[in-house]
Design a protein around this ligand. Structure first.
Ligand SMILES: *[C@@H]1O[C@H](CO)[C@@H](O)[C@H](O)[C@H]1NC(C)=O
Ligand SMILES: *[C@@H]1O[C@H](CO)[C@@H](O)[C@H](O)[C@H]1NC(C)=O
Ligand SMILES: *[C@@H]1O[C@H](CO)[C@@H](O)[C@H](O)[C@H]1NC(C)=O
Ligand SMILES: *[C@@H]1O[C@H](CO)[C@@H](O)[C@H](O)[C@H]1NC(C)=O
Ligand SMILES: *[C@@H]1O[C@H](CO)[C@@H](O)[C@H](O)[C@H]1NC(C)=O
Ligand SMILES: *[C@@H]1O[C@H](CO)[C@@H](O)[C@H](O)[C@H]1NC(C)=O
Ligand SMILES: *[C@@H]1O[C@H](CO)[C@@H](O)[C@H](O)[C@H]1NC(C)=O
Ligand SMILES: *[C@@H]1O[C@H](CO)[C@@H](O)[C@H](O)[C@H]1NC(C)=O
Ligand SMILES: *[C@@H]1O[C@H](CO)[C@@H](O)[C@H](O)[C@H]1NC(C)=O
Ligand SMILES: *[C@@H]1O[C@H](CO)[C@@H](O)[C@H](O)[C@H]1NC(C)=O
Ligand SMILES: *[C@@H]1O[C@H](CO)[C@@H](O)[C@H](O)[C@H]1NC(C)=O
Ligand SMILES: *[C@@H]1O[C@H](CO)[C@@H](O)[C@H](O)[C@H]1NC(C)=O
Length: 827
């Protein structure tokens, strides 16, 4: 350091250290680049209030460097923008980012530009030009420090992240759109295969594209009134973000902002997985997924490259078909599966060589359309495939022969026990298929599954044969107690479906009376994608499930495209009516609530653990808990998830009023397990305590979320009677209240593994096990950290009035001899 003005060098030293260590604005405006300031090596810019940092970075173990912007206040470097994504730098020390010749440029030490903003403006070269890093993450090139004229800004050239305040749309004058494009892999920010943008000459819909074509997801059209996209109905329930659409003669775009100004950092990314994701950084120091589309990982077009198989179940989304191995293991480790798999041995198509063989794959879904051939048998179809050297797979199902030519893409392994998929045969070199006499483990497994398939097929054919014989239009008893009703008979029983009991996403329920004057509830199913065979199979499975806390299925009807289920009629209707509609129903006393909680837990534990195949209910909410004459709970609608198949999750997430009970994994799109039911059950327990819906929007639009308040009360060891439904006037067994609250809080933990099984819940509620103090789930904690924005459930003056008007009815319900005696015998 040289001392032009006469100060000795040792006088300058401390000031220099101060500057470089603190990056304070006292010494230099560190959020700006100008004619006199550039950055290279480890130097960075930081926005004024320290939200963002700009500088060189190297993702993961990459040896390349890039200029990028990342969050300054987050412990995990999370890059939101990359300048030279397709032009990496090898030596950052000899490379510089600077304002030069009217442009922002990255040059190597021979002053050769590696990257440039490529502007050709008249203001070229003006020495007053600056590039400023703003606190919203935008990096803008301006003609002068306080000028309103922006020549170029990073917000117009997003990479894979869409930040709040940035536009994502079309500049009509320049005929250019902002495109979010995924990284190539976790260590390479170069342009990847998946992108999101509005179409030029927009139809107002966003599309997610594969390699610039092949759209595989669309947002649907925007409704300016309701402010939701038709393809994203769950936005209706979104209380966190606000989208704004602008469409004029110059441009057409969306921007978004945080609706509630949480102190939370959130981002919207086009992820490596081919999904668009919205994530928030939580105090627990991790990005947490709020939302992703397409919600099924395997709905992403060609996520897995040639000859690899996508699966929702496994942690790594893709795996190789048998006889193939990973083309580039290094890319796979970095979450880029597009290279797919290569054959272990080449096919042998020559006429006199040993013939290629076929390997069976079952329960698969193939999205790419095959070619159809005329073939009368499996053998003919196989021969047809063998005779064309480009044929790589065939399937022979329902007397139709299909062959696939060239590389196989978009193959999905379906979950065992869900909607049956198709079976096909993949062509392999003879040498890749072991001699059956020397059975390896793999062949044993496959042989096992093939024989299982044959077994299932035999059962199905038998069932079909039986149904065919019985498929006349008269009502008859089949399978022990299950009755196959004729549609005509149900029309008569329900007086042509005149008395509606309720409705939901899967169809409406009507009251009916059978000739023996017993009452029934008839559910008319909608959106059933299954054919008759499968429907009858599933129904007969549901029919075998019997438990005092599960609504009994008496029969069904399947004629043409009509699908109906017939249940026992429940005189006291559904729980929501008694819990929430207090004006015209008696308040449920605490003992009854506790017995309903316990009975429901027993019913669910039976579904999860005691049935032959475990059944995930998927839609636990008070509407699906029915009460018999003695207020004994019976769980309704179990098994519907299987009946409705893949549509189920769509219907569920679209249905209003379901959202408050849905476990986070429904929204994040990972595989659903029985623990999703446990979560919904826990959410419902909070409602048993409070006597009102967890998720309520008050008239002024504030969120009132009871579980958050309850969870903190429980964790602090506060007086739980404060949580109690005011109508109960603190009449509750404190020991039971304590148990229910703790169990509820354990059930809604973010991690599935932290939630108890329903069997365990039953034991705790029965008082056989003690339960530890739970911790506050992360998602609830986040709301808690922002208390000022959340209006908690408190005893306002108006709710006091309610409790007074209802106090008479609640006393009479406590004295109701019928309900209390039956509860005693139950417990
Ligand atoms: C750059 O430095 C020169 C001389 O030190 C000064 O005259 C000029 O104003 C500076 N430019 C800016 C934009 O600060
Ligand atoms: C830059 O940072 C790296 C890692 O923190 C460090 O090893 C290196 O010495 C730094 N280089 C300079 C020139 O400060
Ligand atoms: C980086 O390299 C280290 C050691 O070679 C390895 O353990 C680590 O997993 C690598 N990280 C990534 C992201 O590949
Ligand atoms: C700068 O880049 C040019 C063009 O890529 C290259 O020819 C030159 O060798 C580079 N200089 C240095 C010092 O890397
Ligand atoms: C700028 O122009 C050069 C040469 O035409 C091109 O290679 C480069 O990609 C352009 N840079 C940007 C950021 O568009
Ligand atoms: C800086 O980040 C905080 C959140 O950490 C955000 O509330 C604030 O709006 C940001 N500042 C600007 C100018 O965007
Ligand atoms: C720019 O504006 C800020 C306040 O808005 C002011 O403090 C600063 O002096 C201005 N700079 C110039 C170069 O005008
Ligand atoms: C706009 O750009 C698209 C391709 O990006 C092109 O097909 C179209 O012709 C362009 N339209 C105009 C009016 O330039
Ligand atoms: C993507 O499309 C380009 C042409 O637009 C093509 O050259 C390239 O091979 C494609 N990438 C893949 C992985 O198919
Ligand atoms: C949507 O509504 C806003 C005002 O509510 C209006 O300014 C805007 O032009 C409308 N956009 C479209 C595309 O109709
Ligand atoms: C569109 O651009 C023109 C020219 O830049 C400008 O005069 C006009 O106000 C713009 N229209 C809108 C709606 O911003
Ligand atoms: C194989 O089948 C494809 C599609 O039918 C056809 O285009 C191709 O010519 C066939 N190849 C041979 C060798 O028959």
């Amino acid at each position: 350091m040289d001392s032009k003005n006469g100060s000795p060098w040792w006088f300058m030293l401390p000031i220099f250290l101060l500057c470089s260590s603190l990056y304070t604005h006292l010494c230099l405006g560190t959020d700006k680049l100008d004619a006199n300031r550039s950055i290279s090596g480890n130097q960075t810019l930081t926005s004024l209030s320290g939200n963002f940092t700009l500088g060189f970075f190297s993702p993961g173990n990459s040896t390349y460097s890039y200029i990028g912007i990342w969050y300054n206040k987050i412990s995990v470097q999370t890059v939101v923008w990359v300048a030279n994504r397709d032009n990496p730098i090898t030596d950052k020390q000899s490379t510089e980012l600077k304002v030069s010749g009217g442009n922002l440029v990255i040059v190597n030490n021979s002053e050769v530009p590696v990257w440039s903003t490529n502007l050709t403006t008249t203001s070229s070269g003006s020495s007053s030009m600056v590039a400023v890093l703003d606190d919203d993450g935008n990096f803008a090139l301006k003609v002068a420090p306080n000028s309103s004229v922006t020549l170029w800004q990073s917000f117009d050239y997003p990479t894979h992240t869409w930040l709040p305040g940035a536009k994502l749309g079309i500049d009509k004058r320049k005929n250019r759109s902002q495109i979010l494009t995924s990284w190539k892999n976790a260590e390479d920010p170069s342009t990847g295969l998946f992108s999101l943008h509005l179409q030029t000459f927009s139809d107002g819909k966003y599309y997610v594209w594969w390699n610039g074509s092949n759209p595989y997801w669309t947002s649907g059209t925007w409704d300016n009134q309701t402010k939701i996209f038709s393809g994203v109905p769950e936005m209706r329930e979104n209380t966190f973000y606000e989208l704004k659409y602008v469409d004029n003669e110059n441009e057409s775009y969306f921007t978004y902002s945080n609706k509630i100004s949480f102190n939370t950092i959130s981002r919207f990314v086009m992820d490596l997985s081919g999904q668009i994701k919205q994530e928030s950084w939580l105090p627990s120091q991790a990005w947490t997924l709020f939302w992703s589309k397409p919600s099924q990982q395997c709905d992403v077009y060609r996520l897995c490259g040639p000859f690899s198989v996508c699966s929702e179940q496994s942690e790594d989304s893709c795996s190789c078909l048998p006889g193939f191995s990973i083309s580039s293991p290094m890319d796979w480790n970095r979450r880029d599966w597009s290279g797919g798999c290569k054959r272990n041995s080449n096919l042998n198509c020559a006429a006199n060589a040993e013939k290629d063989r076929f390997w069976p794959m079952s329960n698969m879904k193939l999205r790419d359309a095959p070619q159809s051939l005329v073939a009368g048998s499996d053998q003919e179809c196989r021969t047809a495939c063998l005779s064309n050297c480009s044929c790589t797979a065939y399937a022979f199902e329902d007397n139709a022969c299909s062959i696939w030519i060239g590389d196989l893409f978009n193959v999905e392994q379906l979950k065992q026990g869900t909607t049956p998929g198709t079976s096909f045969y993949v062509r392999l070199a003879a040498s890749d298929i072991k001699d059956p006499s020397k059975k390896s483990n793999v062949t044993a497994i496959v042989a096992g599954s093939v024989s299982a398939m044959v077994g299932i097929f035999a059962i199905v054919s038998f069932a079909v044969w039986r149904w065919r014989r019985g498929a006349t239009v008269t009502t008859k008893e089949v399978e022990g107690s299950l009755i196959a009703f004729a549609y005509r008979d149900l029309q008569v029983a329900t007086k042509n479906f005149s008395e509606k009991l309720g409705g939901g996403g899967f169809g409406s329920v009507f009251k009916g009376t059978l000739p023996d004057s017993s009452h029934i509830a008839v559910k008319k199913l909608e959106s059933i994608s299954q054919g008759e065979k499968q429907f009858r199979m599933e129904v007969s499975t549901i029919g075998t499930i019997q438990h005092v806390n599960l609504v009994r299925l008496r029969g069904f009807c399947s004629e043409g495209d009509k699908r109906l289920l017939v249940y026992d009629f429940m005189p006291n209707g559904s729980l929501d009516y008694h819990l929430f509609h207090r004006n015209d129903s008696k308040t449920l006393d605490w003992k009854t609530r506790y017995q309903i909680a316990l009975g429901t837990a027993r019913g669910l534990a039976y579904l999860h653990e005691k049935c032959r195949d475990c059944i995930i209910h998927c839609d636990i909410k008070p509407e699906n808990i029915l009460l018999d004459a003695d207020f004994c709970p019976e769980v309704a609608d179990f098994g519907l998830a299987k009946l409705v198949g893949r549509d189920f999750s769509r219907v569920l997430t679209t249905m209003r009023g379901t959202r408050g009970y849905l476990a986070p994994e429904w929204i994040s799109g990972v595989a659903i397990t029985v623990k999703a039911d446990v979560y919904s059950y826990g959410m419902m327990l909070f409602e048993f305590v409070s006597g009102r819906r967890n998720l309520e929007l008050s008239e002024n639009g504030a969120i009132e979320f009871f579980p958050t308040w309850a969870a903190s009360k429980i964790a602090e060891g506060g007086d739980l009677l404060d949580l109690l439904d005011p109508d109960l006037e603190k009449n509750a067994d404190t020991e039971e209240l304590n148990r229910i609250c703790r169990v509820a809080c354990w059930c809604v933990q973010d991690e599935e593994t932290h939630r108890p099984s329903m069997g365990l819940v039953v034991q705790v509620l029965e008082g056989l096990l003690d339960v530890n103090l739970p911790r506050i789930p992360r998602a609830l904690q986040m709301l808690l950290d922002n208390q000022e924005h959340v209006v908690f459930f408190t005893e306002s003056s108006s709710s006091n009035q309610n409790s007074q008007t209802n106090s008479n009815t609640s006393t009479s319900s406590l004295q109701n001899p019928n309900s209390s005696s039956s509860m005693k015998s139950e417990s």
